[in-house]
Write a protein that binds this ligand. Sequence first.
Ligand SMILES: Cc1ncc(COP(=O)(O)O)c(C=O)c1O
Ligand SMILES: N[C@@H](CCCC[NH3+])C(=O)O
Length: 431
Amino acid sequence: MKLHGSMTVENNTLSIGGVSCLDLAQKYSTPLYVFDEELIRNNCREYVNYFKVNENKNKVAYAGKAFLPIYMCKLINEENLCLDVVSGGELYTAYKAGFPMENILFHGNNKTIDEIKLGIDLGVGRFVVDNFYELDLIEKICIENNKTQKIYFRITPGIEAHTHDYIKTGQIDSKFGFTLTNGELYDAIKKILNYKNIKLVGLHAHIGSQIFDIEPFLDEVDIMLNLVKEIKEKYNVDLTEIDLGGGIGVYYSKNDKPKTIKDFCEAIISKADETCKKLNIELPTLIIEPGRSIIANAGSTLYTVGSIKDIKDIRTYVSVDGGMTDNIRPSLYQAKYECSVVNKIGNNKGNNVTIAGKCCESGDILIGDIDIMKIESGDILITTSTGAYGYSMSSNYNKIPKAAVVSVINGEEKLICKRQSYEDLLLLEMQ
Ligand SMILES: Cc1ncc(COP(=O)(O)O)c(C=O)c1O
Ligand SMILES: N[C@@H](CCCC[NH3+])C(=O)O
């Protein structure tokens, strides 16, 4: 297992942020998500620094879908990031956290009327408009409420990046955005010329998630900047903001070879500089929306090992007290993770086991065939890099309560989200 951020090992026992994982498991029970606050803040600072937020007035908008408790809204605001939300629920969370609404980008391929009303009412900075239906609704609601709204158009740039099919978004056959090749984008621009309460200020594209190559992002920069020039020439519309979507892929397990935040940002910034010079246009404000590369490696999950089933010459199933309810990614995307026993770090490996969850599904397997130290019932197991799309995609399947979340820094822990109780599970049910 690779150690990330403030993870340290003493007497074979793992600590994060100076707090022993054994103590955390004992105090808060398991499953438990543990977040390394120092690493989250460092990742934010790297993005702010290398994406030239202060120097060039570029913007880094954290993608809330990765993990968005109130705690994260406050933290990213302190670190001078903007926020990308994709639903009324995420928007409301940010609002309750006191997040500045002007710094919010509101995404979504099918925002409901109520969500659009809420966004306009709260004064979100930018709507990322996905389609004609939404465009007309925003104009109508703005007129009714005597408001104006700044927007970007989301486009599908026709870039096929190498990642899992479910998390590709830039290809033409996608549910997201205005398609470039069939002229939809130009029709949308013509339409907006007659709209009084909407101001188009930029374009957005997102080519997909967990991408390791920088090249497709540079192709995206090229396409977007060429569009800025073309749209100015054809329609006399100044697009001053270009949003390039999500961040770079991260390390989950040993075959992953991620680029650094620095390399990723620097490559984009220099490609944009070079392209603007070539096209003889002014450099627009660049926006990027990283989720995973800010939070994935900063989160880990602690589990207690229960049943161990050894099927001779076939497989050993080690079952833990969580599973697909707290981490759906292995079942959904065949995502690979690493794990270890928190008080046996460094012990000899040589045991091949499969880590299974407790749901009533054969597919509830967290890690298949891992070479690990000897595991016994009662051990505390840690899976690393579970910070992104873990808690945010968690469910109550089998009526399993959601796990608690803590953050740790400088030897102290903070409870971020309480564990659900059985009573909480029944809160919405009529008795
Ligand atoms: C529109 C948009 N922006 C940003 C992100 C965040 O991407 P990532 O977590 O890979 O940085 C996503 C997720 O794929 C997205 O759909
Ligand atoms: N939820 C996905 C990422 C895609 C979400 C955003 N478009 C994952 O866990 O990898």
